[in-house]
Write a protein that binds this ligand. Sequence first.
Ligand SMILES: *Cc1c(COP(=O)(O)O)cnc(C)c1O
Length: 345
Amino acid sequence: MIPRRSSYEGISLYSPPAVQCRVDLSDNTNLFGIPPAAERALREFTASTITRYPVSYAPELKKALSSYTGFEPSWITTGCGSDDLIDCALRAFLEPGERIAVPEPSFSMMSYFAKVNGLQFIPVPLRPDFEPDVDGLLATGARLIYVCSPNNPTGTGISLAALERLVDAAPGLVLLDAAYIEFADVSLVELARSRPNVIVTRTLSKAFGLAGMRVGYALGRPELVNEIEKARGPYKHTGLAERMAIAALTEGLSWVKARIEDAKESRTRLVAELKAQGLAPLPSEANFVLVPLPGALQVAARMRELDVNVRAFQGLTGVGDALRLGCGPWPMMEAALQALREARR
Ligand SMILES: *Cc1c(COP(=O)(O)O)cnc(C)c1O
């Protein structure tokens, strides 16, 4: 008999539809490309570095992240994407069987991470104004509460006051997923400094354009970071990913900041154009826009025939069917708007 975890029965692998389209707005990555400084680091990377192990807990990368975030290196841990850090945090702080509370809809990977760590996943619907339901989350009694702001897939954020109330009343930890915080007007990240029970996860996959290199990080008190590193283990980045991430965070930073502004400008224009098509997109603080649309799956399928890929959702709690469109260079947005118009005819 092959041993296996009974809790793994019924878990299926994450498999977003793999489609090739000329314009792909489906995964919220940086549609402008990668920082030229990161591309140089890629070209200049030498084969001799590959035969050696990288330094186990990435101290140079932590130093670069420290100057970007203002947090001391001892308050930072890094991982193979922020997905890795979320997974490690669940493993580090909760025993199998414990509860994790998560707003609904939010990051779809959370129910997966809960299951693979043997946790009870407790979804709590967003309020009608799309803010997390602080009282509902607290009422679960969960020792780990996850909040994503700006939230994927809605694009909406939590106010600082609501988040502070959640954190200060939480019986355990609050994990703030800030994958899109670069695109928001208010940064909530400082809460990881001022509160002992907050972990913030961030990533180089979205604003920094390095999704394929898998670099994420978490911010929090050193004693929290230390527990996550126990669950994480050493050598979580390739040496190449580390070099490219450092380049993006240092020499590449002005390029990244300019592209963030470009994405925000595209977002403003996209929202106006969607409204002009008679649609009612949700207010977004991220680099994507969610637009409720009955029959979104069929509309997205027709858009793919027109060579434009967007993410479609069916029956999202409190939203219904919807399309999520990433914000990038305006010609891509125009192609998407045109395809959407045709697909709805
Ligand atoms: C994309 C995304 C992430 C993680 O991305 P990584 O590539 O693993 O860093 C985390 N949270 C949310 C909400 C995301 O949308």
